[in-house]
Design a protein around this ligand. Sequence first.
Ligand code: ADP
Length: 278
Amino acid sequence: MIIETDKIVYEYPDGTKALEDVDFQVEEGKIVALLGPNGAGKSTLFLHFNGILEPTSGTVKIDGEPIKYDKKELMKVRQKVGIVFQNPDDQLFAPTVMEDVAFGPMNMALSKEEVDARVKEALEKVGMNGFEKKPPHHLSGGQKKRVAIAGILAMRPKIMVLDEPTSGLDPKGASHILQLLYQLNKEGMTIVISTHDVDLVPLYASTVYIISKGKIIKEGSPQTVFEDVETIRAANLRLPRIAHLMEILKKEDKLPLGKPYPLTIGEARRRILKELDK
Ligand code: ADP
């Protein structure tokens, strides 16, 4: 496992218990989704993956090694695990896009040529080349998100953790980001994302965790997780729209659609055509 937490508990200084006995595992090369309503503990959990937060109890292992919380070790962990925050304004601070993306690699004591090459490559990957001289605050939400991702990519981490990567974006912007993540994953990067967008999860995640009130209440393939409708609803989440439609067609209209319900438009189309063919 490239990320493994063992029974982590986290209590904020004001006494809020945000995580309770969380076991979370990510296999190298996968896309894993953490699904949960607002306030469930998603951001708190993610901040443990590169040591920004230290668990009150329990351990976090990256690449099999427990994180050590001294400055030197944390630097190493942060080169392996890059976190893209939910709000790009928390991440972008330099006067230009170029300087922003260069910030991480510059702190890795690389040569200027290497930093420049990495910045160029990262901006190309996210489709933001040509914006080098722009101030980040003049960019759209989706563009800011892409620059924030480029800043992480320029450090060449093994793992990229993204907190709500599609929140606040229009459908096209969201779809761009997901395609980019899918591409990065195909090139070998392990990706962990948090979201409350249940429609998107089955399209790309191989494993889904559901978190509610600081506890992991379900994990498995999207198929397994979304079959457990009661748990989904108890966590104030819903089924993907397509699965919901299938549930209604079956219950209300007695269409002979057995479980597992299709989770994506593609699967639903195949199943319905098959039924019509009979
Ligand atoms: P999510 O990312 O799923 O929306 P968070 O991890 O942000 O959830 O929050 C989990 C819980 O911790 C919530 O009850 C929230 O109010 C609380 N919390 C988050 N940040 C802080 C903080 N800095 N101090 C105290 N409580 C916090």
